[in-house]
Design a protein around this ligand. Structure first.
Ligand code: CU
Length: 216
């Protein structure tokens, strides 16, 4: 009897390992400590053991960082490690885009309207962007090493789809948060929801999006 039970247990474990992964969805809410939703937060999942992480990474959005209305658009762009990002200039003025980050140092010397430059990001990390001509231009490229990545919307919610459903690590990062490095927390197997409350920099040090006053 004992050996039969053991055999059944072994089969059950093997079945659990061999069973095709059930794609899971995860909704992550990110707020500041004041309770206000935080748009533009980067949310990543690294499933334990690298489950579902093999092969090239593709996101649903393009690897494009546009300069328009004297600002970077999008404000925060997530790209997979190894991506070549296009930097089209849609303004009539010239820009001079650079980053001093350890993840990627580069400089795109003055270039004008309808000119486009590309940069390849071969190291995971956070790449703050600036423009030598326009101090108010601030943007970020988050170079991620997982296919499971999303950005929070205006309601502070990021939706991740097709996760393997395993336990893992959930990571969040926002330009206005006080901590310099991304924050990690454990993700339980099969979790469908998670939430972060971030400690933020003083209001005076937070980035005011250029053109924000023009949008009602
Ligand atoms: Cu500029």
């Amino acid at each position: 009897m004992a050996s039969k039970n053991l055999l059944a247990a072994v089969i059950a474990v093997a079945g659990a390992i061999a069973a095709p992964a059930i794609a899971a969805d995860l909704s992550v809410t990110v707020k500041g400590e004041d309770g206000a939703p935080l748009p533009d937060a980067v949310v990543l999942v690294h499933p334990a053991g690298g489950a579902g992480m093999g092969g090239p990474i593709h996101y649903a959005w393009p690897a494009v960082m546009t300069q328009q209305n004297i600002s970077f658009n999008p404000y925060v762009l997530i790209v997979p490690v190894g991506s070549t990002v296009a930097f089209p200039n849609k303004d009539k003025v010239r820009h001079h885009v650079y980053s001093f980050s350890s993840a990627k140092k580069f400089e795109l010397k003055l270039y004008g309207q309808q000119e486009e430059r590309t940069v390849t990001f071969d190291k995971a990390g956070i790449v703050p962007l600036g423009c030598n001509i326009h101090d108010s231009m601030i943007g970020y490229i988050f170079v991620a090493d997982t296919p499971f990545a999303a950005k929070t919307n205006a309601a502070g919610i990021a939706e991740l789809h097709g996760l393997p459903g395993n336990a893992g690590t959930l990571t969040v990062w926002h330009p206005d948060m006080k901590a310099k490095a991304p924050i990690n927390q454990p993700l339980a197997a099969g979790a469908g929801e998670a939430a972060f409350t971030l400690e933020l920099k003083p209001v005076s040090m937070r980035h005011k999006k250029a053109g924000a006053s023009m949008t009602m």
